[in-house]
Design a protein around this ligand. Structure first.
Ligand code: PLP
Ligand code: SF4
Length: 340
């Protein structure tokens, strides 16, 4: 028998990059390679190099592993594959659907809603979702993190009506943990803050991100922390995602989900029911079901408002009240998400 003391402990080398950053870099970027991996050569003819050039394909290996091999209609694959559908012009789909270009201050702070300040923490994401407004605006230059958060924190400190800070992006958890800690260290000195909220798809698409360093950052924060994840389909959850979410709950984080209603992904009562139930099994309550932002290249994902309302009514008839997300659309200039 080997004495316990002689077992190698395998600590992380002190200055090596965290493991999640390696998983981030290993994302699949070549649509042909993805189709080969999923044994779907017949989809090659529908790929669009222009769409891929406009908004690069990017999908972490762990997310690919949740796709069904040989299924051309896989709901996860549909969210990431750059298809020629995106290049078809569609009436009413513009470049800045929610008017953020106008509302965005230079400091990367968005204040559209009462009591809340949204920080555009970064332009980066671990996954590129084809339906996202971000396909036209990576926002890489205007982030709140740019100057060590100084301008953003000053704005929040000067406005006593701000009780909740929202970290959004891009994906705020794509920032290094020490960078996030730098922000909260500054915010701790702002007495009127009561809540911190983080909007991130990383716990779903790159659960490796929920490492010990992230938990060590979150656990001692002085405010209740809410993490709004983003999953559109029940298949986006697996055992590794469940573990990541359980660890977050373990340090007291409240977990909510926002989804986007997407044709061919989750536009059925069954798919939406499964999403709410699967999320809840992982400790996540549904929050919002969004009608998509009408930006160029996403028209083939759109579900019309009447269909959306009918789906939502059917969901409400079928599920416990707390498993029914609010169906909303973001309207330019509004003071909150508008219920449909
Ligand atoms: C969506 C959003 C919020 C948060 O809205 P909730 O309804 O509280 O989730 C805050 N600020 C901006 C700019 C937003 O777009
Ligand atoms: S912001 Fe969210 S929806 Fe858009 S690409 Fe990033 S993860 Fe996907």
């Amino acid at each position: 028998m080997i004495p316990a003391a002689s077992l190698p402990l395998q600590p992380e080398p002190a200055h090596s990059a965290p493991r999640w950053q390696q998983a981030w870099r290993d994302a699949v970027r070549d649509p042909m390679a993805l189709l080969a991996q999923l044994r779907l050569p017949e989809l090659a003819a529908r790929l669009s190099p222009q769409a891929a050039a406009q908004f690069q394909m990017r999908v972490p290996q762990g997310f690919v592993a949740r796709m069904r091999v040989g299924d051309a209609a896989d709901p996860l694959l549909r969210q990431v594959l750059p298809l020629d559908d995106e290049m078809r012009p569609a009436h009413g789909f513009s470049l800045d659907a929610v008017g953020d270009a106008a509302a965005r201050s230079g400091a990367g702070v968005l204040q559209k809603y009462n009591g809340r300040a949204l920080l555009v923490a970064t332009g980066s994401c671990a996954i590129n979702c084809r339906y996202c407004f971000r396909r036209h605006f990576p926002y890489a230059e205007e982030t709140a993190a740019r100057d060590g958060w100084r301008e953003a924190v000053d704005l929040i400190a000067a406005d006593t009506s701000v009780e909740e800070v929202l970290l959004s992006g891009g994906d705020p958890l794509s920032l290094a943990t020490h960078k996030l800690a730098e922000l909260t260290a500054a915010l701790i000195r702002v007495p009127h803050l009561k809540r911190l909220r983080i909007h991130s798809r990383l716990p779903i698409v790159l659960p490796e991100r929920v490492d010990q360093a992230l938990l060590d950052w979150l656990a001692p924060l002085p405010w209740p922390v809410t993490l709004v994840v983003h999953a559109n389909h029940a298949n986006e959850f697996d055992a590794q995602v469940d573990r990541a979410l359980a660890r977050l709950r373990g340090v007291g984080v409240t977990l909510l989900n926002q989804a986007v209603l997407l044709r061919g992904v989750n536009d059925s009562v069954q798919a939406l029911t499964d999403l709410s139930e699967r999320g809840f099994a992982a400790g996540v309550l549904p929050y919002y079901l969004h009608q998509l932002d009408r930006v160029q290249g996403v028209a083939h994902f759109e579900v019309d408002d009447d269909t959306a309302r009918a789906l939502h009514r059917a969901l409400a008839a079928r599920l416990s009240g707390y498993l029914v997300p609010r169906l909303v659309r973001e309207i330019q200039g509004d003071t909150g998400k508008r219920p449909l």
